[in-house]
Design a protein around this ligand. Structure first.
Ligand SMILES: Nc1ncnc2c1ncn2[C@@H]1O[C@H](COP(=O)(O)OP(=O)(O)OP(=O)(O)O)[C@@H](O)[C@H]1O
Length: 252
C-alpha cells in the first residue's frame, strides 16, 4: 500500500483554480520532489495536505487513512510534519526547547501536574530532554542545545527545523524549499542531511524545491506542477529530460 495517495485534489481562490485535479502516489521510503514555476500551486498543495486549506474536491489517504479536510493538529498526529519556506522556529527558545515543542504530542502530563511540579512532571520532562538530545545528536546540534535558536547560523536553523518536525514522529515529512537562501556548500550538506533522514528514520519525504542540483541529486521521483495541474510525473531523469518540462519550466 502507498504511504500517500492523493486523488483528484482541487481548490480555488476566487476564480483562480490554484490546484486542479491533482493526483499523486508516494511509496514508503521514497524521496519525492514537487517542482514547477512560481505560482504553480506547490505551497498550496502542502497547505491542503496539512489542513491549512480544505480541498473543494478530491481525497487524501495517508497509510490508508482518509485525512481529507481534517484539522492541522489531527493531521500532524496522523503522521504528517512539515518545514516552511521561511524558517519558522521559536527564535526566543533554546535549540533544545524547540525540539521539545515537537515532542509534546507524544509525551504529556496534565496542566495541574505541570503547575504543581508533581513527580510525573520531572519524569516526563527528563524523558523529553533525553529524546530531544538524542535527535539533536543525529543532526550534530547537541553542543548548541542551550543556545537560542536565533543565534544558530542559517544552515543549522534549517537542520533544527527538520529535527523539530521529526520529533513529532511523522510517517511523512514535507520540506518546503529547504535549500532556499543557502549557499552551495550549505545545499550540499543539506542534501546529505535529507538522504540521512530518509535512510536512518526510514522516512518518506516529499519536498518542494527550485534548486535543480538538489532536485536531480536526491529525488527519485518528480511531479511537475504547472498552473495548478500536473504536467508530468515519473522518474527524475525522465521528467527532467521531457521537452514539455524543459519548455514550461527549465527553459524559462
Ligand atoms: N490564500 C490565497 N488566496 C488567494 N490566492 C492564493 C492563496 N494562496 C495561494 N494563492 C494563489 O494560488 C497560486 C498558487 O500559489 P502557490 O503559493 O501555491 O505557488 P507555488 O508553486 O508554491 O509558488 P512559489 O514557487 O513562488 O512558492 C498563486 O497564483 C497564488 O497567488
Amino acid at each position: 500500500m502507498a504511504l500517500l495517495e492523493i486523488k483528484n485534489l482541487g481548490i480555488s481562490f476566487g476564480g483562480l483554480r490554484a490546484v486542479d485535479n491533482f493526483s499523486i502516489t508516494i511509496e514508503k521510503g521514497q524521496l519525492y520532489g514537487l517542482i514547477g514555476p512560481n505560482g504553480a500551486g506547490k505551497t498550496t498543495m502542502f497547505n491542503l495536505l496539512t489542513g491549512v486549506y480544505k480541498p473543494s474536491a478530491g481525497t487524501i489517504l495517508l497509510d490508508g487513512d482518509n485525512i481529507t479536510g481534517k484539522k492541522t493538529k489531527d493531521i500532524n498526529n496522523a503522521g504528517i510534519a512539515r518545514t516552511f519556506q521561511n524558517i519558522r522556529l521559536f527564535k526566543e527558545l533554546t535549540v533544545l526547547d524547540n525540539v521539545k515543542t515537537g515532542l509534546h504530542n507524544r509525551y504529556s502530563y496534565s496542566t495541574l501536574t505541570g503547575i504543581l511540579r508533581l513527580p510525573k512532571y520531572y519524569k516526563v520532562e527528563k524523558e523529553m530532554d533525553e529524546k530531544a538530545i538524542e535527535l539533536l545528536k543525529v543532526f550534530d546540534l547537541d553542543k548548541e542545545k542551550d543556545l537560542l535558536a536565533s543565534n544558530l547560523p542559517y544552515g543549522k536553523q534549517r537542520k533544527l527545523e527538520i529535527a523539530r518536525a521529526l520529533a513529532t514522529g511523522p510517517k511523512l515529512l514535507l520540506l518546503d524549499e529547504p535549500a532556499a537562501g543557502m549557499n552551495p556548500n550549505e545545499t550540499t550538506e543539506l542534501m546529505d542531511t535529507i538522504r540521512f533522514v530518509r535512510d536512518n528514520f526510514e522516512m518518506t519525504i516529499l519536498l518542494i524545491e527550485h534548486d535543480m542540483k538538489l532536485v536531480s541529486g536526491i529525488c527519485e521521483k518528480l511531479t511537475v506542477l504547472n498552473f495548478g495541474q500536473v504536467l508530468i510525473q515519473g522518474n527524475t531523469a525522465d521528467v527532467l529530460n521531457d521537452p514539455e518540462v524543459i519548455k514550461a519550466y527549465l527553459g524559462e
